[in-house]
Structure formats: structure tokens, C-alpha cells
Design a protein around this ligand. Structure first.
Ligand code: HXC
Ligand code: NAP
Length: 284
């Protein structure tokens, strides 16, 4: 039993890129549970088919069609296929991404292009294709872009992703104003740590790296797919219809933990605090 009325997204047609795995799938499952009609896409047809079968077995309709969002012609064919199937599209969730950790000086131009192509160009092509159609059709719509907390702060060792996600955030805020007169709304979510096979295998590939990452989390835990799904469902629903151009962070306070200069003092023990208190009092 979730927090929302079961018809909150009734009959909304939601298209999710990267919708067969990880967070994309979690958002899709949430949309289905709230009455939406779902379309999912990604590169791997067999993964899409299996996900669509499993997801629709819980009830609701799941249409799938493969597409590499780096290719505008494939993006156009995808949107044609979804419109042909459902008649129209109400919501686009730009969730597909590529990422891996690497010292930047080790990257080849192809490695940079792989990530920028999926995240920045892919998101732009999807938004452009649908935006043009919605404007021409006089149809209102919502675009939800999945970014990251380091879209705002930047981050070493994932620099193509940081640059691309920052671009997506700029796209979100720019189109929020430009396309608002057409009734097209833009929102973004910046997730923190949500363990998925796709992200963990590329970003936390050893227990040591995972431990380091977990130790940074102020709430002492990672996020759950349900928590992310609920936020996404609210943001694409009519209840969020006056939210436009905002990015909502869902990271348990992780980025603020990194930002506050004195937050590492969380590691100081009670005994050490006794000494430190004496020393700082003397500083009066
Ligand atoms: C250095 C790498 C590399 C790595 C690939 N390359 N992986 N370089 N370190 N780990 C280089 C390759 O050598 C090649 O360059 C170039 O990148 C393209 O590689 P391909 O394998 O041909 O690319 P492609 O098949 O298009 O795959 C794209 C990909 C892959 C991004 C590299 O990882 C992918 O498909 N990812 C999709 C799913 C994903 O990444 N999910 C995680 C999202 S998580 P050369 O020059 O050798 O040819 C996320 C979370 C953020 O975004 C925040 C978390 C807290
Ligand atoms: P994931 O399961 O690896 O999701 C990435 C999806 O994108 C996959 O389904 C993949 O499917 C698809 N994809 C990749 N390249 C594509 C392309 N060229 N065309 C179409 N689809 C493509 O990882 P995830 O953790 O769920 O990530 C989902 C989103 O959340 C991403 O935007 C990510 O940046 C963001 N995020 C995740 C975390 C986290 O902790 N997990 C944190 C911050 C942000 P195919 O390989 O079949 O194409």
C-alpha cells in the first residue's frame, strides 16, 4: 500500500528511457501501480521484453520498443511507435544513462563521447522530439529528467557524467521557461546512492569502495527504489502541476555532508570531544 490514490496517474501515458532496469524500472512499476500506461525503451530488446512481461504480470499495460537514444532517427521511430500504440504520450522520463569511474586523464575521446552521447545528447534528442510534437499537437506534457547531486557540484572521477548531467540540468531549467507557454512542464530528480546493478557494477565495483561510499551517508543507509518511485510519481502527477524547472534532491543529506566544512567531526569520539572542549574553551 503506497501513499497515493491508486488512480493518481490514471490513463497517463508515460515513456521511460532505460525503463527495463534499476531506477527506471522502479519508476515504471510505481507508474503502473497508480494507473498509468507505460512505454519503456533501451538498447537491449531481450531485456525490455522480459521486463515488460514481468511488469505487466502485476497488472497494467507495458509497451516496449528498443532505441539507442544517441541516434535521433531511432528516437523518432521510437516516439512514432509509442504514439501509434497509445495514441499520444503525456510524460517523458529521461532516465537512460551511461557512467563509470575513471581518472579523467585516462579517458579516450570515445569514452567521453559514450557518456555525453547517452546522457546529454540522448536526453536532448528525446526532449526535442517530444517537445516538437507536443507543441504541434497543442498537447500539454511533463518531462522528468533524472540527474545526480553532482550535476550541481561537479565530481572528480566521473567527469563526463558530471558534465553531461550539468547540461541536462541546464536543459531542464531552460525549457521550463521556454516551453511553459505551451503547457510543457520540466522537473528533475537528483538521486544520491541507490544500489542498482547498473550503477554499482560501474561505480562501486569492490567492497572497499562500497564501504567508503556507505560511510558518507548521514542517514546511515542508501535510498530505496520505492522512495525514488514515490517522488517521481508525485512530480509527474497533476498534484505537482505548479512545480516547473525544479530539481529535487533525494540523497539522505549526502551532498550536504560533503559540503559542510566541519561535518567530518562526526568521527570524533566522546573522549576526544572532552579534550577538544578543554582546548577550545582555553581559546576564549
Ligand atoms: C575507461 C571505458 C570504461 C571504463 C568503457 N570505456 N568503459 N574507459 N574506464 N570503465 C571506454 C571504452 O574503452 C571505449 O573507448 C569507450 O568507452 C566506449 O566503450 P563501449 O563499451 O564501446 O561503449 P558502449 O557500448 O556505448 O557503452 C557505454 C558505456 C557502458 C557507458 C561505456 O558502461 C554502458 O553501456 N552503460 C550503460 C549503463 C550505465 O552506465 N549505468 C550506470 C548509470 S549510473 P575506446 O577508446 O577504448 O574505444 C549513474 C549514477 C550516477 O549514472 C551517480 C551515482 C551515485
Ligand atoms: P541502470 O540500471 O544501468 O540504468 C541505465 C539504463 O539506461 C539501462 O536500462 C540501459 O539499458 C539504458 N541505456 C543506456 N544507454 C542507453 C542508450 N544509448 N539508449 C537507450 N537506453 C540506454 O542504472 P540506474 O542506477 O538505474 O540509473 C538510472 C538513472 O538514475 C540514470 O540516469 C542515473 O544516472 C541515475 N542515477 C542513479 C543513481 C544510483 O545510485 N543508482 C544515482 C544518481 C543518479 P541498455 O543497456 O539496455 O540500453
Amino acid at each position: 500500500m503506497g501513499p497515493f490514490a491508486v488512480d493518481m496517474l490514471k490513463d497517463k501515458v508515460v515513456l521511460i528511457t532505460g525503463g527495463a532496469t534499476g531506477l527506471g524500472r522502479a519508476m515504471g512499476e510505481q507508474c503502473l501501480a497508480l494507473g498509468a500506461k507505460l512505454a519503456i525503451t533501451s538498447r537491449r530488446e531481450e531485456v525490455l521484453k522480459q521486463a515488460a512481461d514481468e511488469m505487466s504480470s502485476q497488472g497494467g499495460e507495458v509497451f516496449y520498443s528498443s532505441c539507442d537514444v544517441r541516434h535521433p532517427d531511432q528516437v523518432a521511430s521510437l516516439v512514432n511507435a509509442v504514439e501509434k500504440h497509445y495514441g499520444h504520450i503525456d510524460v517523458l522520463i529521461n532516465n537512460a544513462a551511461g557512467n563509470f569511474i575513471s581518472p579523467t586523464e585516462r579517458l579516450s575521446p570515445r569514452a567521453v563521447d559514450a557518456v555525453l552521447g547517452i546522457v546529454l545528447h540522448g536526453t536532448f534528442y528525446m526532449s526535442l522530439e517530444l517537445g516538437k510534437r507536443w507543441i504541434e499537437q497543442g498537447r500539454r506534457g511533463t518531462m522528468l529528467n533524472i540527474v545526480t547531486t553532482y550535476a550541481s557540484t561537479g565530481s572528480g572521477y566521473v567527469v563526463p557524467s558530471a558534465a553531461a548531467k550539468a547540461g541536462v540540468l541546464a536543459l531542464t531549467r531552460s525549457l521550463a521557461v521556454e516551453w511553459a507557454p505551451h503547457g510543457i512542464r520540466q522537473v528533475a530528480i537528483a538521486p544520491g546512492a541507490f544500489p542498482t546493478e547498473g550503477a554499482w557494477s560501474r561505480l562501486s565495483p569492490t567492497p572497499e569502495l562500497e564501504q567508503k561510499m556507505l560511510a558518507r551517508l548521514p542517514l546511515g543507509r542508501v535510498g530505496t527504489k520505492e522512495e525514488l518511485g514515490h517522488l517521481a510519481a508525485f512530480l509527474i502527477s497533476d498534484y505537482a502541476s505548479y512545480i516547473n524547472g525544479e530539481v529535487i534532491t533525494i540523497d539522505g543529506g549526502e551532498w550536504l555532508r560533503g559540503a559542510g566544512q566541519f561535518n567530518d567531526l562526526a568521527e570524533v569520539t566522546e573522549e576526544q570531544w572532552d579534550i577538544l572542549t578543554e582546548l577550545t574553551k582555553k581559546g576564549k
